[in-house]
Design a protein around this ligand. Structure first.
Ligand SMILES: [Zn+2]
Length: 385
């Protein structure tokens, strides 16, 4: 049983495999017939995940340069902190290709550089801007002296979503800095412009030449983000389902920009859409908070089965208690709270979906071993069969 409904396989929507084919073909053309010009090019391999082969992305540095140059406007001494060598190289190249910056220092570091030895370098460079992953910038804060931190006027973050709590922590550690971020996807480059000073975190205006739409929004306006843009200066990418869930924000921004969207999370991790329901990890966490007296950690898994010609969602929850106890009726109490409290749409609870036959009653089981701790704990997952 596939989780893809016919509407979602519409030929008018590009999936990752389609864009991978286009991006890899551009790279193949480049290898077959390298152009003779003086354009600086960057080749970047995107990380492949299980079942997805990596893409070879070729980018011309003039390509979409307005968005990249914005990273270095009014910057004299940038510090680049990414854990991947290729990202560090790319941002150093962006800086170096700008003729007005030639002769200016730039420091690029990875997480292995975060030792006490970095402190004198930071004091010496006195960076005016940090660019990179928000989590790495946060760790780097420990190595700044008070006087060095006061010279940091700007944080330019990308690579992972900047949520409210991360934003607040960065603002506390770098009090003199304005914090902005950009929503970028390696295979098609910038999706958003650098965040607008009038917008809260998670909200963006589209980058130049990018058109966005929300596919099949639910009653709250949330749906798959489709991006239309031009890659490699001339190849149109139309209605690419990038894998994130977003919603459009009404009204014209105070900066004058008409289009604003709010990024809600990653499809399949922060959101799972099945059997007419949109399951949201944040809401699972919220209900787990209401169950703090019952368990300490959980993992939820959803799948769907066909029943009498319609799709029915199945939700199973595994819970773990630090104290190892297993009071009588624990599973039933957790099941009752989740059924009552968990919303599967803007207004309807799991109970209501079960009553309508769209979902099976939640199955709760207790595990005796703690869940393995990973870099990013996947608490909500979708299982296809
Ligand atoms: Zn704006």
């Amino acid at each position: 049983m596939s989780h893809t409904s016919p509407a979602e396989t519409s030929p008018h929507i590009l999936e990752r495999e389609d864009v991978a084919r286009m991006v890899n073909a551009i790279f193949d053309d480049f290898l077959f017939a390298p152009p003779h010009d003086d354009i600086t090019r960057i080749i970047r391999m995107t990380s492949g995940t299980t079942g997805r082969e990596p893409m070879m992305v070729l980018r011309e540095l003039q390509d979409g340069s307005a968005n990249q140059v914005a990273w270095f406007t009014d910057v004299e001494r940038p510090l680049v902190c990414f854990s991947q060598l290729q990202l560090r190289s790319i941002y150093v190249s962006y800086f170096r290709v700008d003729r007005t910056k030639q002769g200016s220092p730039i420091l690029a570091i990875d997480s292995a550089d975060l030792t006490d030895d970095i402190a004198p370098l930071l004091a010496d460079l006195a960076p005016d801007q940090l660019m990179g992953f928000p989590h790495m910038a946060l760790r780097l804060a420990d190595y700044f002296s008070e006087s060095a931190v006061s010279t940091v006027r700007a944080l330019r973050m990308t690579g992972e979503p900047l949520d409210e709590s991360l934003h607040a922590m960065l603002a506390k550690r770098f009090p003199a800095a304005t914090i902005r971020s950009q929503y970028i996807m390696a295979e098609i480059a910038s999706i958003s412009a650098m965040t607008c000073a009038y917008l809260p975190v998670r909200r963006f205006h589209p980058a130049d030449h990018v058109r966005i739409e929300i596919f099949e929004p639910d009653e709250t306006g949330a749906g798959d983000l489709l991006v239309s843009t031009v890659i490699h200066q001339r190849v149109p990418v139309s209605r690419y389902r990038v894998g994130d869930v977003a919603r459009l924000v009404d009204g014209v921004c105070r900066c004058g920009e008409k289009t604003t969207f709010e990024l809600l999370g990653r499809r399949g991790y922060d959101f799972v859409k099945i059997a007419g329901a949109l399951l949201v990890r944040d809401d699972f966490d919220r209900v787990a908070g209401l169950c703090a007296d019952l368990f300490d950690d959980y993992r939820a898994e959803v799948r769907e089965v066909e029943q009498n010609g319609t799709l029915c969602g199945i939700l199973s929850l595994r819970i773990y208690r630090d104290d190892g106890r297993h009071p009588a009726g624990l599973e039933d109490e957790v099941a009752a709270r989740y059924s009552r409290e968990l919303f599967l749409s803007g207004t309807q609870t799991l109970d209501e979906f079960v009553t309508k036959g769209l979902f099976m009653p939640i199955a709760v089981s207790v595990v005796t071993e703690p869940f393995p701790s990973k870099h990013k704990n996947v608490k909500l997952s979708f299982r296809s069969e």
